[in-house]
Design a protein around this ligand. Structure first.
Ligand SMILES: Cc1cc2nc3c(=O)[nH]c(=O)nc-3n(C[C@H](O)[C@H](O)[C@H](O)COP(=O)(O)O)c2cc1C
Length: 179
C-alpha cells in the first residue's frame, strides 16, 4: 500500500520514526508529511532517510511539484496520522486546511481511510473540546481512531493519552485497509 504518514507536533514524534520502519518492513511505501510543530521535535531529514522519500514540510514554502498538496492527496491508499495532536484533531474535525497535512486530508477522497493515533496529556484528552472533535471525526466512515493508552506520560503524569502501542497502530492500518 501507499501510506501517507502525517506526523504532528507531540512528544511522541520519535515513535513515528520506528513506525516508518515497521510499515516499510511490511512492504508499504511511506510518504511522510510533517507539521511545522513536528519539525521542532525531530528533523525531516530523519524521516526522509527512513522513508527513502522527500518529506512534505510546508504548504507554501519550498513548493515542489512532486509533493504539492493535491498530488499528495491523490497518492495514498491510506492516511495514518501518528501522533495526532489535539490541535490537528481539531483541524481535521472542522475541515480546516491551514497547513500541508490538513489540506491533504481535506483534499483526499473520502474513500481513502484515515487512521488517527492521538497522543496528548490526559487532561487534554479528556477535555470536552477534544471529545467533541473526536466525536465529529468518528461520524465519518473513513476515520478510525487508535485509542491512546494509559501509562506514565512524558510530562510526568500518569493517565490516558500516550500514543498507542506500535502493534495496535499497525493492526488498525491493516483493518482500515481491509474495510
Ligand atoms: C514539549 C511539548 C510537548 C507537546 N506534546 C504534545 C502532545 O503530546 N500532544 C499534543 O496534542 N500537543 C502537544 N504539544 C502541543 C503542540 O505542539 C501544539 O498544540 C502545536 O500547536 C501542535 O501543532 P500541530 O498539530 O500542527 O503539530 C506539545 C508541546 C510541547 C512544547
Amino acid at each position: 500500500m501507499k501510506v501517507l504518514l502525517g506526523v504532528t507536533g507531540g512528544i511522541a514524534v520519535y515513535k513515528a520514526c520506528e513506525l516508518v520502519r515497521r510499515l516499510r518492513e511490511r512492504g508499504h511505501e511511506v510518504q511522510v508529511v510533517m507539521t511545522a510543530s513536528a519539525q521542532r521535535f525531530v528533523s525531516p531529514m530523519t524521516f526522509s532517510v527512513l522513508s527513502g522519500r522527500r518529506v512534505g514540510t510546508a504548504l507554501f514554502d519550498d513548493v515542489d511539484p512532486e509533493i504539492d498538496h493535491i498530488r499528495l492527496a491523490r497518492w495514498p491508499d491510506l492516511i495514518l496520522v501518528a501522533p495526532t495532536t489535539a490541535h490537528s484533531l481539531a483541524r481535521f474535525a472542522l475541515g480546516m486546511a491551514d497547513d500541508l497535512l490538513s489540506t491533504i486530508v481535506l483534499a483526499s477522497e473520502p474513500s481513502v481511510p484515515l487512521v488517527l493515533a492521538p497522543a496528548m496529556n490526559t487532561v487534554m484528552w479528556e477535555n470536552p473540546a477534544v471529545r467533541r472533535n473526536l466525536a465529529l471525526l468518528q461520524e465519518l466512515e473513513r476515520v478510525s481512531v487508535v485509542a491512546p493508552s494509559e501509562k506514565l506520560l512524558a510530562c510526568g503524569e500518569t493517565g490516558t493519552g500516550g500514543l498507542a502501542e506500535e502493534a495496535a497502530i499497525l493492526a488498525a492500518v491493516d483493518a482500515a485497509a481491509r474495510a
